[in-house]
Design a protein around this ligand. Structure first.
Ligand SMILES: NC(=O)c1ccc[n+]([C@@H]2O[C@H](COP(=O)([O-])OP(=O)(O)OC[C@H]3O[C@@H](n4cnc5c(N)ncnc54)[C@H](OP(=O)(O)O)[C@@H]3O)[C@@H](O)[C@H]2O)c1
Length: 280
């Protein structure tokens, strides 16, 4: 009879386990946002304990369908720029999913966009991402646990300086997202960084998902927010498969992707794959 570890490894290889439980609730920041709410619902539907970090209880009531909308229902009021407001939600958490982001306000075309004071990409996508990672790391240390994974929703387009996304509202959103990625990667925490192409709101689970690196995959079709949420949910639930990955994510018409373990294998950077083969 093979040892337990070997049997578990074999079962994982064969895709027999779709999920490995995280130790504690998954905290989702930006949970009342369009992708954040879908991630919240996806994990909840899988029976995973989730905590929503929101900044507006009225919106949480509408979007997340809570009633008391407080800690008793896993809803925590906080501002990602202020670490002290994140402590309660992070206490005893098993994983962190960062979906909070800066949101440009546009009155017409792209040249009319701006960001509210204190909510520019430098504030939210960069500095507040570091605040969220630090708050989570501190909670893990306080609980004396092996740190759980952090899954960050970033963006494709980070290889192009001064792109139209950076020029939007003069916010340099993609530049600051890239800095947040680097900060997470050097935090020492297990991480997965998902970098979607253009987002849409069509139905999830109907497209073939494409992974790649360095903006090399085709952006012909956008990816729906529901599919980004599904990939983030699986990255949270399969940390052993998804940890250390940073990948572009897009979609195209075709056989709908259902095997996320395989998708994570494909998402491993070719250089890292080659190294792994040498080590083995
Ligand atoms: N749009 C695209 O085509 C595209 C392409 C690639 C990547 N992305 C990235 O994908 C991610 C998800 O995008 P999305 O459009 O689904 O997001 P979204 O709907 O704009 O949600 C952003 C969330 O961040 C929250 N937030 C902002 N500032 C906060 C603060 N100070 N404290 C707490 N929460 C705060 C917002 O709270 P409220 O709910 O209270 O407003 C909202 O829930 C973002 O990182 C985005 O940049 C977007």
């Amino acid at each position: 009879m093979a040892p337990v570890v070997l049997r578990v490894a074999l079962a994982l290889q064969l895709g027999l386990f779709s999920a490995v439980a995280v130790e504690g609730p998954v905290v989702i920041t930006g949970a009342t946002g369009r992708t954040g709410a879908l991630l919240y619902n996806t994990l909840k539907a899988k029976g995973v304990s989730v905590r929503a970090l929101v900044r507006n209880v009225t919106k949480a009531k509408e979007v997340l369908r809570c009633s008391a909308c407080d800690a008793s229902e896993g809803i925590f009021l906080g501002d990602v720029t202020k670490k002290e407001t994140l402590v309660q939600a992070m206490e005893g958490a098993g994983a962190l999913a960062i979906v909070a982001s800066s949101v440009p306000v546009c009155t017409g075309g792209m040249d009319t966009c701006s960001y509210p004071k204190g909510a520019f990409p430098v504030d939210i996508d960069w500095l507040a991402s570091k605040v969220q990672v630090e708050a989570f790391a501190e909670s893990q240390k306080k609980a004396g646990k092996v740190p759980g994974p952090v899954v960050l929703c970033s963006s494709m387009g980070t290889t192009e300086p001064d792109s139209f996304l950076d020029k939007l509202g003069n916010g340099f959103a993609v530049f600051y997202k890239l800095n947040a990625e680097a900060a997470l990667m050097s935090s020492g925490l297990p991480f997965t960084i998902v970098k979607p192409c253009g987002l849409s709101d069509t139905a999830a689970g109907e497209a073939q998902l494409l992974v790649g690196h360095d903006d090399s995959i085709s952006l012909k079709t956008p990816i729906t927010r529901g599919d980004v949420a599904r990939v983030m949910a699986e990255a949270t639930l399969q940390p052993e498969k998804a940890k250390g990955l940073r990948f572009d994510l897009c979609s195209q018409p075709g056989a709908a992707t259902a095997d996320f373990g395989k998708l994570f294998d494909e998402a491993r950077n070719p250089l890292a794959q080659a190294q792994a083969q040498v080590v083995v």
